[in-house]
Design a protein around this ligand. Structure first.
Ligand SMILES: [Zn+2]
Length: 559
């Protein structure tokens, strides 16, 4: 044997030894492990080696894999689940919300005005954004106006969005900077609300009209982005969320700003959630140029998925329906302009042909139906591939569209926590009949639709326990539905957990990598302080996370 061969062999041996030595083992023993793997639903122990799962089984069998260097964690009988995968977040935006102005829980207009007044102090002249207000929480449920905030913001531009992100309140200074006057026409798919007497803008801008101001707000600095992502990651850890789909990017620029923030955190080992990104559909050609298809990336960041809007929201009365709003007989909602001008269909068919995944925000029944029409065209015109098209929200459906979704393999990416608030007032907007097919989770599952759970954070809390609670109880926050709003649509806790783990992984094309606790998959887990499989379902929302494990490492531990 010549020397060079020998050197190569010894290098290989060294590498093998050192790589095995580097792979740390952590044993989680003595737990109730609910795996979401139908072949082995329950176990007592799980052992992680490096970032993957090595073993799942009994305490006794686990002993064979435990040696002197293995870190052993006694779960003391507590429930362990696969880490939660949130199928719909605005993650970095959520971080900005966590560190910024908070108006959501205020119960009066006076508190709203006072909170803004206090927040503005010391920040005069800087853009004041965020807020997430909700006029439905106020006694007087009328929309706010610019006059309420103008007196203390003469030279401070303010643009505060409603919590659903479908309308915003601008002050006079912001309107002036954006050049919006009584003569400015509303853009396609948007509305500049004007005073019926004077014709002056009231300060409220809906849907696409918000772009007029969003486009002139300066970008956050890199430091601010880092602060926001850090805040969002801390929130995810404490709620046991180990993966997210990020729908944040409304513009190309925001994507180009946020992606490097994630990448830098990954390089520095600080990224404690796995991120599936969604780029705005109008920019899909960038992916074609780089030859990127669906699920492109590594264990932490993936690209190759697109987001589009079909309509607005129920709260803003802009969700697009076949029948008008009960409270406003001329209003059928606002289809997004790309649905009206044909661009959506054109872009979607082309992107789909190149194997990019598409996710469409559709809340009203007409928005869902119109989206499915385009998916049918994809089926007919494009190569038959496992496209895993998403309808995001899918809140209101024509009953016949549910089996249609199943047949087309379209994923319902839904957010049960929305029902908690929306359920309080939805009947005023759409009447009793349409309420029957509002958030129809049981009907989806019975028809064979894959349901993927998420939150829409920061529209609502990132806490998955609240979502699970809502899916199994359907109790609205006003306390008026103790047995659940449309109780026939409740699902079991086991079904709900699957929607929040394995189904969400499937929605990202990653069901072979994560979403259940089985050997070979990523070691992402959450340990809860109560057993949600057996406690009274109404208590699920108060259950806390004890421990969050990402790739075999404990990233959060309750004290
Ligand atoms: Zn959203």
């Amino acid at each position: 044997m010549n020397l060079s061969k020998l050197i190569i062999i010894s290098i290989i041996m060294l590498l093998t030894i050192s790589s095995n030595a580097q792979l740390k083992r952590t044993a989680f023993i003595n737990g109730k492990i609910y795996t979401v793997n139908p072949k082995q639903p329950l176990a007592q122990s799980v052992i992680a080696e490096g970032n993957r799962i090595l073993f799942v089984g009994s305490n006794k069998d686990a002993q064979r894999y435990i040696n002197k260097t293995t870190k052993v964690i006694d779960l003391k009988g507590k429930l362990m689940l696969p880490g939660f995968i949130d199928g719909h977040t605005h993650f970095i935006n959520g971080g900005f919300h966590l560190i910024g102005l908070k108006l959501h829980d205020l119960t009066s207009k006076k508190d709203f005005v006072d909170a803004i007044k206090n927040y503005v102090k010391g920040k005069e002249g800087r853009w004041i954004t965020g807020g997430r207000w909700d006029h439905e929480n106020w006694q007087d449920k009328t929309l706010p106006t610019k006059e309420m905030i103008d007196p203390f913001t003469p030279k401070t531009p303010v643009f505060l969005k409603r919590y659903d992100g479908h309308m915003g309140l601008a002050n006079s200074y912001a309107l002036k900077l954006a050049g919006i006057t009584k003569d400015t026409p509303s853009p396609e798919g948007g509305l500049i609300v004007k005073d019926p007497k004077t014709g002056e803008p009231t300060g409220i801008l809906k849907d696409n009209a918000m772009d007029l101001i969003d486009n002139i707000i300066p970008e956050h600095s890199d430091v601010e982005y880092n602060e926001a992502l850090t805040a969002a990651l801390n929130e995810a850890k404490r709620f046991g969320v180990t993966s997210i789909e990020d729908m944040s990017y409304t513009t190309d620029e925001s994507f180009e700003k946020q992606l490097p923030t994630y990448q830098n955190f990954e390089k520095e080992g600080k990224l404690t959630v796995r991120v599936a990104t969604r780029m705005p559909i109008k920019t899909y050609k960038k992916f074609l140029k780089d030859g990127i298809e669906y699920n492109f990336g590594d264990d932490f960041i993936t690209l190759g998925s697109l987001k589009a809007y079909a309509d607005g929201s129920l709260g803003s009365s802009t969700a697009w329906f076949f029948e008008p709003y009960v409270s406003d007989k001329d209003n059928y909602g606002l289809p997004n302009d790309i649905f009206k001008n044909g661009n959506f269909e054109k872009w979607a068919l082309d992107a789909d042909k190149h194997k990019l995944q598409i996710c469409v925000h559709a809340i009203g029944d007409k928005a869902v139906s119109s989206t499915l029409d385009v998916v049918e065209k994809m089926e007919n015109e494009n190569p038959n591939w496992d496209r895993r098209f998403h309808v995001e929200h899918a809140q209101h459906l024509k009953p016949q569209d549910i089996p249609r979704m199943a047949k087309l393999g379209v994923i319902a990416s839904v957010q049960p926590t929305h029902l908690m608030e929306d359920g309080n007032w939805a009947v005023k907007r759409i009447g009793k009949e349409r309420l029957k097919y509002m958030h129809p989770y049981n009907s989806f599952l019975n028809a064979g639709v894959i349901v993927d759970f998420g939150t829409d954070f920061p529209v609502v809390t990132l806490n998955p326990l609240v979502g699970l609670y809502m899916a199994v109880t359907r109790r609205t926050s006003d306390g008026k539905n103790p047995n659940g709003l449309e109780p026939q649509e409740k699902i079991s806790i086991e079904q709900a957990i699957k929607c929040y783990t394995l189904n969400s992984a499937y929605a990202e094309f990653q069901e072979n990598k994560k979403g259940s606790i089985e050997p070979g998959k990523l070691a992402d887990f959450v340990v809860l302080d109560k057993d949600i499989l057996t406690i009274d379902p109404v208590k699920i929302k108060d259950v806390k996370v004890d421990m969050t494990v990402l790739g075999g490492k404990i990233v959060y531990k309750a004290d």
